[in-house]
Ligand binder design. Sequence first.
Ligand code: NAP
Length: 253
Amino acid sequence: MKNSILILGGTTEARLLATALAKDARFVTSLSLAGRTQTPIEMPVPTRRGGFGGAPGLAGHLADNGIDLLIDATHPYAARISANAAEASRLSGIPLIALRRDGWHQQAGDRWIHVESVEDAVGALGHVPRRVFLALGRQELLPFEGAPHHRYVVRSVDPVEPPLAVPSASYLTARGPFYEADERVLLSQYGIDAIVSKNSGGSASYGKIAAARSLGIEVILIQRPILPDVPSFTSVEAVLSHLDQVFPAARGE
Ligand code: NAP
């Protein structure tokens, strides 16, 4: 009998994992997305969208759908769904593993300032007007309305609606991956002197960090949230080899 896997997604790694498991005859795999983006990339397995109604809702979903293994492959800053996954696993007895990419590490030449929250990032920008590149989710932008003296360039997957209530903001819609050379052009073109970013890890959004290093631009990095302590892997390959150990039949059987 096949084993049912539910991946909690929203990341490149979740999509890559789903792509690998879609071809694996041992598993019936499905994916869950928060539903934040208007036009998500097409997924290789059956996909549901939207919240479950907290941990009890997720536990109910796991039981109702005969899920054998839950894989939390959500974004490292999506702390609530990760906490819900841990609690739902406890409530339902259905095992949980996590796929969590490492954060970026500071290198020589990086001008990083570490802050705990978006609100602290606003404070760290200071009182002197600056040109700020915001690489944040739409729902995280509101605190910057409290610092209207800066000029902002905001890049997001979907348009920011309504726009920020500040005198100067430009909006770019784009989906990564973003490469260093292009990011350097973009940051120079707008005369950016500060970037506010999450420490997302991975390569898809690292281009701006590398570009900032080479241009000497300050990067205000929002600290990663604390996530529940569950068996975790940092790459798709590591998850696949774990699955080979737990479900030993040859892949493609
Ligand atoms: P969150 O605060 O952890 O989750 C909020 C609620 O959204 C959860 O309680 C859950 O609702 C629902 N949810 C989240 N992920 C889900 C999934 N995969 N399937 C079904 N429901 C899901 O996460 P967030 O509000 O999406 O984002 C928090 C941070 O993560 C932000 O910094 C954001 O930019 C970043 N991020 C998120 C995603 C993403 O795909 N979610 C992608 C990139 C970056 P219920 O409690 O009702 O189940």
